[in-house]
Design a protein. Structure first.
Ligand code: ZN
Length: 219
C-alpha cells in the first residue's frame, strides 16, 4: 500500500512558500553605500585592495545566509507519500541529527549556530532523510530566534506528515552573547519542541535523546 496520495495531507508548498527576492542594481548600489558608511564610521579602512569590495561582499553574504526566506523548491517537488500505514511504518522513531545549521538572531543580526536533532513517529507518511536537513536549513537561514525554528520545524512536520509525534532538539551558540562578552563561558542554548506521543511520554523522549547520543538530556 505504498505510493497513494491522500489529499487530506498537506504538502510543503503550504508551509514553505517560495518567494524570490530580487535586488535591483540601484538597490544594491545604495545598500553597499550604506554599508560602506557604517563600516567606515566603525573604523574600517575601505581604501585598501582587501577591503574595497567588503560592503558588496557583506551584502551578498547577508543575502546568502538569509536565503531561507526564498523557500526550497526541491523540498516541495521531492515530497511524496512513501508509505501508507503498513505495520513497518508505525511507531518506531525516525531520528536525524546532528544537522548543522546557521542562523542570524533577529535581535542583533549576529549569527547563532549549532545542531538540530529531528525525530518523528511515522503514521502514514515518511520523509526522505535529506528532506529533514533541507527543512532545518530553510527555517534557519533567516533572521530567527532559536525557539521559533524549533516550533516551525515541529509545526511543519506535523502539518505535512501528520505523524504520531514530533521531537525537535536544538543546541546553539549565540554570537550576540559570546562575542560581546556578556558571559565568559561559551554557553549552549538548548530548546525542545514536542508534539503528539512525545508530549506525555518521558520514556519516549529519553529514547529520542539516547538515540541522538545526548545523554545530558536524559533524566
Ligand atoms: Zn541576539
Amino acid at each position: 500500500m505504498c505510493g497513494d496520495h491522500d489529499p487530506n495531507h498537506h504538502d510543503f508548498s503550504e508551509v514553505l512558500a517560495l518567494k524570490e527576492r530580487r535586488l535591483s542594481a540601484a538597490d544594491r548600489q545604495r545598500f553597499e553605500g550604506y554599508l560602506a558608511e557604517i563600516f567606515g564610521a566603525l573604523g574600517l579602512d575601505l581604501g585598501t585592495p582587501a577591503t574595497r569590495e567588503t560592503p558588496a561582499r557583506h551584502l551578498q553574504a547577508l543575502l546568502d545566509v538569509t536565503s531561507g526566506y526564498e523557500g526550497d523548491p526541491k523540498m516541495i517537488k521531492a515530497f511524496e507519500t512513501e508509505c501508507r500505514g503498513g505495520s513497518d511504518c508505525r511507531l518506531s522513531q525516525v531520528i536525524e541529527g546532528p544537522i548543522t545549521f546557521f542562523a542570524l538572531c533577529e535581535h542583533h543580526a549576529l549569527p547563532f549556530y549549532g545542531h538540530a536533532y529531528v525525530g518523528y513517529i511515522p503514521h502514514e507518511q515518511i520523509l526522505g532523510i535529506s528532506k529533514l536537513t533541507r527543512l532545518v536549513r530553510t527555517f534557519a537561514k533567516r533572521f530567527a530566534v532559536q525557539e521559533r525554528i524549533g516550533k516551525q520545524l515541529a509545526d511543519a512536520m506535523s502539518s505535512v506528515m501528520q505523524p504520531h509525534g514530533v521531537a525537535i532538539y536544538l543546541e546553539a551558540h549565540h554570537l550576540c552573547v559570546e562575542m560581546r562578552g556578556v558571559r565568559e563561558m561559551s554557553p549552549v542554548t538548548r530548546t525542545t519542541n514536542w508534539r503528539g506521543f512525545y508530549e506525555n511520554d518521558p520514556a519516549l523522549r529519553a529514547e529520542f535523546f539516547t538515540s541522538c547520543g545526548i545523554h545530558s538530556m536524559v533524566r
